[in-house]
Structures are given as C-alpha cells and as structure tokens.
Design a protein around this ligand. Structure first.
Ligand code: ADP
Length: 179
C-alpha cells in the first residue's frame, strides 16, 4: 500500500529527487547550523542557489526537533521548511520524540503559512543513521495523528519522497502496519 486518506489530506509516497518537486513546500533534513551540509541538504542548497544560504544565515540556526521556513528561491517549491532530525545514538537519547517533533513542527509551520502541498525526505535516515524502518513508522504515525487531530489543516497532499528502493519499501511497510 502506498496511499492513505485522512480527512481531506492524501498521504502518499514517490521515488525521486525532492529538489525537483512542484509543491508549495519541500522539507529539508538540515543540521543545527542551517548553513548547509551533505545529503538532501546539500542538494537543496545547490538547486535553490546562494540566496538560500543567505536567508538561512539570518535564522540563527535551528534546534534538533524544531523547524524554520525560508523561500525556495530557484526551486519550483515556493518554500523550504528546514528541520533538524536527531543523530541516531542507539535510541536512548530521545531520538523517537525528536524525530516525531520534526514532523509535527513542520506540519504546524506548513499550516501557519497556508501550505497545501508538502514533500518530506526520510529525515535522519541518511548521514544521521536513524534505522529506516523505525524512522518511517514515526514519520507516518506522527503525520497521521496530526491530521486526525487537525481536520482544519491547510495540507491537502503530503508526499514522502524516497531517494532509493529501500526507503520506498520501508514506507510501504509503515503504511501497511497502520491498517
Ligand atoms: P540526515 O542527515 O537527516 O540523515 P540525509 O540527507 O543524509 O539527512 O538523508 C536523509 C534522506 O534523504 C536519506 O534517505 C537520503 O537518501 C535522502 N536524500 C538524499 N538526497 C535526496 C534528494 N535529493 N531527494 C530526496 N531524498 C534525498
């Protein structure tokens, strides 16, 4: 299964490059400095152009589990929501709550800005080492709970953009486990 409908919002998954998504906002798996990095963060900065880094410099960083908004500049996406996932340190350092908070805060920011279409990468599952099956369950579960609790949300389409097949399979599994 790769699609879920919760109130007026469709939650789905797609394989591809998040920098090419034509949505109101893409989410960046950033680091606390917000000054760019590797993985999806580097790709977003390259695609958005140097104005993104200039905008990020004005934000004074972002704590793990929090989220901040910038324009998308050269991206097709109007906005970038920068959130900082936890580094996996064995699971006993609040990683679950911090990762859930990334999704929660990103959705709150999307709602505060009237964002209707939103794309998430698999936060923390690359360089930050979060086990994929656990991370995707947290992503799907947190968003589902948010949508159930906020039926007035502006989000109509939320997409998990997967860079590889392992990530696609992990989300499919997470969707199925909600049944
Ligand atoms: P983190 O530091 O939060 O682990 P990474 O960027 O290393 O962030 O990885 C997060 C996820 O984003 C991984 O699944 C990685 O494969 C994926 N990813 C990397 N580049 C892109 C991209 N251009 N579009 C979508 N996902 C991407």
């Amino acid at each position: 299964m790769n699609r879920l409908q919760i109130n007026q919002t469709t939650l789905s998954l797609a394989k591809g490059d998040i920098t090419r998504c034509e949505v109101d906002a893409i989410v960046n798996a950033a680091n606390e400095s917000l000054l760019g990095g590797g993985g999806v963060d580097g790709a977003i900065h390259r695609a958005a152009g140097p104005k993104l880094l200039a905008a990020c410099r004005l934000l004074n960083g972002c704590r793990t589990g929090e989220a901040k908004l910038t324009p998308g500049f050269r991206l097709k996406a109007t906005y970038v929501i920068h959130t900082v996932g936890p580094v996996w340190r064995g699971g006993t350092h609040g990683e679950t709550e911090l990762l859930a908070s990334c999704y929660q805060k990103s959705l709150e920011l999307a709602d505060a800005n009237g964002i209707r279409t939103l794309a998430f990468p698999a936060i923390s599952t690359g360089i930050y080492g979060y086990p994929l099956s656990q991370a995707t369950k947290i992503a799907v579960g947190t968003i589902k709970t948010y949508l159930e609790n906020n039926p007035q949300t502006s989000s109509t389409e939320i997409t998990f953009v997967c860079f590889d097949d392992a990530t696609v399979h992990a989300y499919e599994q997470a969707f199925e486990e909600l049944e």
